[in-house]
Design a protein around this ligand. Structure first.
Ligand SMILES: Nc1ncnc2c1ncn2[C@@H]1O[C@H](COP(=O)(O)OP(=O)(O)OP(=O)(O)O)[C@@H](O)[C@H]1O
Ligand SMILES: [Mg+2]
Length: 542
């Protein structure tokens, strides 16, 4: 092993090393003294020139600079935290004696250290089988040493994946759900960009179910549906009228038994009336039929002789109609016969809930519905342990919001542990996430983070993050991350495996696309010119 320095001062939790070489923050060192065989993780590196720090004035500084350049008298102080003693197989209890040599930990030492840690020396997750430790990558400092994480820890105490855009968050999610499904587990991804829809898995036994999220208007409250259709804050009067119509229509849909046929006839009539008025040519889906029936009901209210309604100005109704028309034409996000995505879960399945096409309020509603359903069923003992991944979590978990989605996600963060519903929140804007949610989350994957405010936020809510590790965050490359918390036994800097089966969301070169476009256009032009030339020649011949 390569010697890198000597211990200068130490406590059981901190070792200061005078080093000859500069190790990477979050890499591992090793030291032996007597019975102690200690593996340490580097938490800080400082380079000082002691003589320089005692300089008084600029003249002296100039002289010192010449001397320093000539002698290279630099002192490197490395701070490292002992993580495991290979002799006792526990956290080290005694300080490493000063002047003990320190080495870069070898592959063999690291493998031994990680194998101890994976056996859970604190007793936490001690009943986890070995297979609950799944590989997600290799050590950043030793690419031949595997890094595994504990799936039980994610399921019971949740995970946050934080990093700038393009840092590799979704790739990690792909790796993780792939491994989990291969274990016979199941997961739902709230896919805010529709980027997992055609993902291929490493194992043939794993199944991806793509689910284009829709809102079932019969399952959400009339108030929520009205504000989804008319989100403008000032439009209270419009929303109240719409709510009235929604209630009326829902009671028609709810009719059963002998009244059912009559109700269906009435709905069909409403749809026909709306069609006559609207004259739009879009596929007649169940969701559109619902909205059209609503449209007809609002028309009726507008033209009614009801004295309470006739005092309302016609343009209030007209603007409701306009918004309904817009919803009917622009997107098909409602469905009265939509399946429940939670029903699609089974062992070895990943359900990709694509919410990318939904308007904000509808997306919120879908997320809230799924989270509530999953927790309720788990509480009733009807659901196997399930992971719920929320991509772009800042969309739902803002501090100043009290949306239904936020409440439902928060509840899983608080109570999911007891029922086997694990949460993974993924975000590029950590500071946009309510601290109450993050404080419930026990494991952390921090990728490259550049913004100081985001870094400060991560530091504030994770007890394991040292200032030095924080300082290393902007230097992480794509796919490199620091893993902290219960899912790993010690803080670890990792290079995450690349998921080969995830094709969307991949960073592509825009310039490459432009150049290809240019080449294609030129080739086409050349083809046309050649064809013209051929015709001209042919004409000359005849
Ligand atoms: N561990 C890795 N090894 C190699 N390439 C990676 C790795 N992680 C991510 N990449 C590549 O980096 C690009 C961005 O990755 P990814 O989509 O996971 O980033 P992201 O953090 O989710 O970004 P966004 O915030 O925009 O969603 C992709 O092209 C992906 O293939
Ligand atoms: Mg992403």
């Amino acid at each position: 092993m390569k010697e890198v320095g000597l211990v200068a001062r130490s406590t059981p939790t901190d070792t200061y090393i005078i080093a000859y070489e500069v190790p990477q923050v979050a890499s591992y060192l090793y030291s032996e003294a007597g019975n102690l065989k200690v593996v340490m993780v580097v938490t800080g590196v400082e380079a000082v020139d002691e003589a320089f720090t005692r300089v008084f004035d600029s003249k002296e500084a100039e002289m010192m600079a010449k001397y320093a350049r000539a002698s290279g008298a630099l002192k490197i102080v490395v701070r490292a935290s002992p993580v495991v003693d290979l002799t006792t197989r526990r956290r080290p209890q005694t300080p490493i004696p000063p002047r003990t040599p320190v080495y870069v930990a070898s592959k063999e030492i690291l493998e031994e250290a990680f194998s101890i840690c994976y056996c859970a020396f604190t007793g936490l997750y001690s009943d986890s089988p070995l297979s609950s430790w799944v590989r997600i990558g290799v050590l950043r400092s030793h690419r031949d040493v595997e890094v595994k994480v504990n799936v039980d820890a994610i399921l019971s105490k949740h995970l946050a994946v934080l990093g700038s855009t393009g840092s590799g968050k979704s790739n990690l999610v792909a790796v993780l759900v792939d491994r989990i499904a291969s274990l016979g587990g199941q997961a739902i991804i709230i896919d805010s960009h529709g980027e997992y829809s055609d993902m291929d898995f490493a194992s043939k036994d794993v199944k991806l179910v793509h689910f284009e999220a829709k809102v079932n208007p019969l399952k959400v409250s009339p108030m929520v549906l009205a504000s989804t259709l008319i989100p403008e804050a000032a439009a209270t009067k419009q929303r109240n009228l719409l709510r009235k119509a929604i209630r009326e229509l829902n009671s028609l849909y709810a009719k059963s038994g002998s009244e059912r046929a009559e109700a269906e006839k009435r709905i069909a009539e409403l749809v026909r009336e709306a069609n006559e008025e609207l004259e739009v040519e879009v596929e007649d889906t169940s969701g559109r039929r619902y909205l059209k029936a609503l449209y007809a009901l609002i028309m009726k209210m507008r033209d009614s002789r009801d004295s309470r309604l006739s005092s309302i100005k016609r343009d209030v109704f007209d603007s409701i109609l306009l918004k309904l028309e817009k919803s009917i034409v622009e997107y098909d996000v409602y469905s009265t016969d939509v399946v429940d995505p939670v029903d699609l879960l089974e062992p070895g399945t990943v359900v990709d809930v694509d919410v990318s096409l939904l308007p904000d309020a509808a997306r919120d509603e879908v997320v809230s519905y799924i989270c509530r359903q999953a927790l309720q069923r788990a509480m009733a003992g009807e659901l196997l342990p399930t992971l719920i991944v929320v991509e772009e979590a800042h969309l739902y978990l803002r501090s100043d919001s009290n949306s239904a989605a936020k409440q439902a996600i928060e509840r899983i963060a608080r109570e999911g542990r007891k029922y086997g519903v694990g949460l993974v929140i993924v975000s590029q804007r950590p500071k946009g996430i309510d601290p109450n949610v993050l404080s419930q989350i026990n494991s952390l994957c921090v990728l490259k983070i550049v913004q100081p405010e985001d870094q400060a936020y991560v530091k504030q809510y994770s007890e394991w993050m040292t200032d030095e590790m924080l300082a290393a965050l902007p230097t992480l490359e794509r796919g490199e991350a620091i893993l902290l918390g219960e899912w790993v036994r010690m803080p670890v800097a990792v290079l995450i495996d690349k998921h080969e089966g995830k094709k969307r969301g991949v960073t592509t070169s825009s310039v490459k696309k432009w150049l290809k476009g240019k080449r294609d256009r030129e080739a086409k032009l050349k083809e046309v010119l050649e064809e013209e030339e051929m015709i001209r020649r042919a004409e000359e011949v005849f």
